[in-house]
Design a protein around this ligand. Structure first.
Ligand code: GLV
Ligand code: MN
Ligand code: MN
Length: 439
């Protein structure tokens, strides 16, 4: 115990009567509300942003890269300083555990991720991760021992597709280990790189009922809270995500000698496809979205008619059936596009995250924690994917959002104010303590 922790314990001990000492913690009847150090939290965020910093002011800390590994080492150091028992599981997740006072209770889990998209920002995932560590450290310094064990989770490869949390929820399929990641490594090699063991990824699985609650703080990544001058979003549900690898097959030929009416131009068909996806997804009311975010042209030369195009299709909605229904229209219309110039479309499903609703009791806990701090709230859906949706498979889940300036995310321009970050962390702390009482 360092000087600061000792002083924290002492201060706490004098405001209430000690019930029973246990380990380094005192059980105390507190009169002062638990608190945390917002300046320290924001300093940790700044320090983490150096790992993989890009010239635009954001980070490129894609999962399984050297920067990811270095950033994780920094984070593990913070977790140890917070008095957590730190380990890396077979899927590469970092787990920081502290025992509770009641041995029969299941853990309250909270955390997020520290990997980024290519050319990403400094707040997606990191706010929730470092706030979770700050909560653990503050609880330790104030001598607050929870009844439940606490588990701070820093999930591996969230951005690539929940490759750390899906093994824990039992949703990762063995064949997905062969998928490639932005680091250039396969998922299996990436897990190994982080100290995991892909041959044993099924061992990290937890069953429904194995956790008392999962709570994740995150930036909103949209502009609603800022626009409506609100402090906290209470997430109602998280979208399901489906992705396909799309191949457009045409015929490679000479760009000078092949008349315009005799071409089987895969790129022209792909262009019509992109336009059609936008039209079909917008054709019915709702918040569903569809994106063609990646495109490769083969062979890709100015004097060659493209013979093949490889692109992605991603669709999201809280209603998984709606996504499949809209996809079936897209698939039918693709046939028609192909017939226009003698090309064909193949769709290979590459990824699925199922939608998840948050738990009403955890939503109420988050709402109450915000109310205790006199913060304004709004119930809202999440259009971004989160490890929380995997955790909803095994226990009651809730998410806390804080405002994202300009609604910008997955960009170096991503920004949340230090004050909003501190508020979010305080709500997380309040929610963990309320969950400890109520669950
Ligand atoms: C993750 O941030 C996603 O929504 O893709
Ligand atoms: Mn995220
Ligand atoms: Mn993200």
């Amino acid at each position: 115990m360092d000087r600061r922790q000792f002083a924290g314990q002492l201060a706490t001990a004098v405001v209430g009567a000690s019930l029973a000492p246990a380990g380094p913690f005192l059980h105390v009847r507190r009169t002062a509300p638990a608190t945390l150090d917002g300046a320290r939290l924001n300093a940790h965020l700044k320090a983490l942003s150096a790992f993989g910093a890009n010239p635009a002011g954001g980070v490129s800390r894609v999962a399984y890269s050297d920067f990811d590994k270095a950033g994780r080492a920094y984070v593990m150091g913070l977790m140890k300083d917070a008095g957590l028992d730190v380990s890396v599981d077979f899927a590469g997740n970092i787990l920081g555990r502290r025992a509770g006072s009641d041995a029969v209770l299941k853990p309250i889990m909270f955390g997020s991720h520290v990997d980024s998209v290519p050319d990403g920002g400094n707040y997606d995932g990191t706010v929730g991760s470092l706030s979770a560590i700050e909560v653990a450290q503050s609880l330790q310094e104030q001598g607050i021992r929870t009844r439940h064990p606490i588990e701070v989770m820093i999930w591996a490869n969230e951005e690539g597709g929940l490759y750390g949390s899906k093994p824990v929820s039992g949703q990762l399929k063995a064949e997905e280990l062969k998928n490639s990641s932005w680091s250039g490594k396969t998922i299996a090699d990436g897990m190994k790189f982080l100290g995991g063991d892909p041959t044993r990824f099924t061992d990290v699985r937890r069953q429904r009922g194995d956790i008392a609650a999962y709570i994740e703080l995150h930036i909103e990544q949209g502009g609603t809270l800022e626009r409506e001058s609100l402090n906290i979003g209470v997430v109602e549900g998280i979208v399901g995500i489906r992705r396909w690898d799309v191949t457009v097959n045409g015929m490679q030929n000479h760009a000078g000698t092949t008349p315009m009416d005799q071409r089987h131009d895969a790129m022209l068909a792909a262009a019509r496809f992109i336009e059609m996806v936008n039209r079909v997804v917008r054709a019915e009311p709702g918040r569903q979205v569809g994106t063609v975010g990646k495109l490769e042209i083969f062979p890709g030369a100015p004097n060659v008619i493209p013979g093949r195009v490889q692109c992605t299709l991603e669709m999201r909605d809280v209603d998984a059936a709606k996504v499949l229904r809209i996809f079936s229209t897209i698939s039918k219309e693709s046939k028609g596009i192909g017939e226009m110039n003698g090309t064909t479309f193949d769709f290979r499903p590459s990824h699925e995250d199922v939608p998840a609703m948050s738990d009403p009791a955890i939503r109420a806990i988050i709402g109450d924690a915000a109310k205790d701090l006199k913060l304004t709230t709004k119930a809202m859906p999440s259009g971004a994917g989160h490890d929380a949706q995997a955790m909803a498979q095994i226990g009651p889940m809730g998410m806390i959002f804080i405002p994202s300036m300009g609604g910008i995310s997955h960009s170096p321009k991503e920004y949340s104010t230090p004050q909003d970050i501190e508020r979010g962390a305080r709500v997380l702390m309040g929610a963990v303590l309320l969950a400890d009482k109520r669950t």
